[in-house]
Each structure stands twice: as C-alpha cells, then as structure tokens.
Ligand binder design. Structure first.
Ligand SMILES: Cc1ncc(COP(=O)(O)O)c(C=O)c1O
Length: 311
C-alpha cells in the first residue's frame, strides 16, 4: 500500500562535512511525508497491506507514550477505517522523567489525539509487561467479536524488516558506513540483510539500554528467513550495535544528543529528535572523531521530529 513519498532525498552534508573534515551524507527518512515522516511509514506500507488482507477491524500494538510508530500507525489506520488501539506507558524501566519533562503530553500525543488513536495508559514497567498488556487488550477486542491484528512494538515484525531491505534499494551511492538510530530492530535487520557481503558497514546506535536486544533482532531475522528463505538468518553477533550513546536512558534526552541536534540545525538547517536520531548523530560524530568510522559515511535519518515538542 502506498503511503510514503519515496525515494526519500539522499544528499551530502556539505557544510558539516567541511566543518568537521568528514564526508557525511544523509538519507532523509524524516521526509517520508506520511503523518509527519519517519522510518515507520516504510514499514507500514507492508504492515497495513497485511492488516487489510486479513480483513482486520482492529489493530492492537504497544509502545512508549511518545511512540512515533503509534502516531504513524494511527494515521494509516485512519486511512483504512481500522480502529487503532495501543497499550502505552510513559517510560520503560521505571525511569524517572527529568525535572520539567512533560512526557505524557505534547509531541506525538497531540497527533494521536487528532487521529483518534485509542490509547490505554499504564504505569511504567518493562517492555515484556507491556506486551502482556497489549495481548490482554487484543483478547478484549476479540471477545467483542472484532477481527484483531497484533503488531509488535515499533512495527518490528518480519514485514517491517522487509521494508528496510527494499529501502536499501533507494541508495544511488555506495558508502563505507551507514549509521542510524536502532531500537526495536526492523530498520537494523533490514539494512544488515540488504548490505551483508558488501563493503558497507551497518552501525546501529542503540537508543535502548538492553544489551540483549541483539538477540531479539536475530529472532526477527529468523522470521524474515521464514518468510523468504533467500534472506539469511543473522546471529546476534552479526549486528553492530553501539550502546555508548543511550545517555540517561531510553526516552530521556542526552547532553551529547542535544548538542548534535543543535549542530545539525545550525550547519544544515535539518532537525533531529532528542530520543533517537539526535543520539544516533551524536554517536556518528563521536565515533568519527575517534577514528572508528571513516570514509564515506551515510547518516540514515529515521525521523521523530514531533519529539522535539515534548522536551
Ligand atoms: C525516530 C525513530 N528513529 C529510529 C527508531 C528505531 O527504529 P527501529 O524501531 O526500527 O529500530 C525509531 C523507533 O522507535 C524511531 O521512532
């Protein structure tokens, strides 16, 4: 199902490259154009096609209250007249929101309300517990006789990962490194699958401090292989995932991320977000300075702009 404007622009960051002595390019998935942009629109083209093929009346998912995925899923469901429901919590892991942070208002929540997303708020807990709450919600709808489609956090099902194998085909230049924000794993799994056996290194900057997420990514890859055996099964060790830029925790801005947001805004007029792309860009800058990434580097901007209006 066509939702986004693609291919998204790919261009060199001339001013930033000059200022820092790097060769940095950007893939503008902040400009996917659907429901304020971001990487989730790509996944939803495949996910919503499946929702419609299954003739679902309700889609149930879960995520953080400020989820970019829920916002774009809500928009896709609006287009298809499917009810969109989500179990949400403000913050995973009982993280204390920083002073003055109003995570339960503004940003994506404004847009979710406009879209009519059926949000069910829960106290902070673990991602695993949130999955249980989403399953309970799905069962509730089924008891009412509604055909219900379950979607994992971030749209990270094998179809979501497949969307990023297709996205890789949009690159008209080759790169030594591709750097991006990684969280629920379908962006990373799609890109890692697409660029296996090439000279391009795929580097995810983790926005979530759980080291075991690479195991979940491998499981996702296994699902992709189940869907189409020509895609290899990746092991957790096949993923390059850097945890050094999570900062105070998932969902909380970091000083380095905020500095990276300002730098890109002030050199190139491009906005990053404080929870994903800002931290990932901070990682790119620091790793380049340490000589750990070099050559021609692509930053894959995954969107998240509404997050700027929360913190
Ligand atoms: C703006 C933004 N960037 C990156 C990501 C990470 O993508 P993925 O969930 O596919 O790992 C997300 C998803 O949560 C996001 O909202």
């Amino acid at each position: 199902m066509n939702l986004i404007q693609s291919p998204t622009p790919l261009h060199r960051l001339n001013r930033l490259s000059e200022e820092l002595g790097l060769d940095v390019w950007i893939k503008r998935d902040d400009l996917t154009g659907f429901a304020m942009g971001g990487n989730k629109g790509r996944k939803l083209e495949y996910l919503i096609a499946d929702v419609l093929a299954q003739k679902a009346e309700v889609v149930v998912t879960c995520g953080a209250a400020q989820s970019n995925f829920i916002r774009q899923l809500g928009a896709a469901c609006s287009i298809c007249s499917v009810h969109c429901a989500a179990a949400v919590m403000a913050m995973p892991f009982d993280i204390q929101a920083p002073e003055g942070a109003a995570i339960e208002e503004g940003g994506n929540l404004v847009l979710d309300e406009l879209l009519g997303v059926d949000l069910r708020f829960h106290p902070n807990g673990t991602w695993d517990h949130l999955d249980v709450l989403a399953e309970q919600l799905a069962v509730e709808f089924e008891r009412e006789g509604k055909r219900t489609y379950r979607l994992p956090v971030g749209g990270s099902s094998p179809l979501g990962a497949y969307a990023f194998i297709k996205a890789a085909e949009e690159l008209t230049e080759s790169f030594d490194f591709i750097v991006f924000a990684s969280s629920s794993g379908s962006t990373h799994t799609g890109l890692q699958t697409a660029f296996r056996d090439t000279g391009t290194r795929i580097l995810g900057i983790a926005c979530d401090p759980e080291p075991e997420i690479a195991e979940d990514f491998a499981e996702l890859s296994s699902g992709l292989n189940g869907m189409d055996p020509t895609f290899p099964k990746l092991d957790a060790g096949d993923y390059q995932l850097n945890f050094d830029y999570v900062g105070p925790g998932y969902g909380i801005p970091s000083a380095e991320g905020n500095a990276a947001i300002r730098l890109l805004a002030r050199t190139e007029g491009i906005f990053l977000d404080p929870i994903y792309s800002g931290k990932a860009f901070a990682g790119l800058l620091d790793l380049a300075e340490r000589g750990q990434i070099s050559g021609k580097v692509l930053f894959w901007h995954t969107g998240g702009t509404p997050g700027l209006f929360v913190h």
